[in-house]
Unconditional design. Sequence first.
Length: 155
Amino acid sequence: MSNLDNERDAMIKRSAEHTIQGNYALWNALLTMNTIVVSVFTVSLNYVDRTLQLAVLPLILLAIVSAGLLVANFRSSRDIAKYIGQLGLGLVDEMTDEEKKADLLRTDDRHDNTVDRERWVVRITFIQGVIVVLILLYIALGVTNGTEQVEALKP
């Protein structure tokens, strides 16, 4: 291998590592946001009127679905990394050309599934944002202040 090939391989390796780290950072941020949504809005169910409860429930359910999709992405990435390690330890040398082609197609499908799940999480996050804005507008416009039950709890 030439020095240029070594530099190119090192650059490809660094790029792959940055991509993986970027994915994990994004997924962690989205998962954290979903955790906050579930926590805060679940607690709020006790303190808002029925109309707001009906808006909060889909928000919570969407956060749970989104978190599930993100966990699936983490698991898929982990499984792919483990499999790549097995290939590097000699499994690839035992595979026929047909098995290698089929393996590449499976890997491409798994990657496509990961991208699809991530796209759905982004869509869900947008929908959650819209719901939160609508809840805040509902309260701000004075339709309700969302505190009727809080006032009833005061001694």
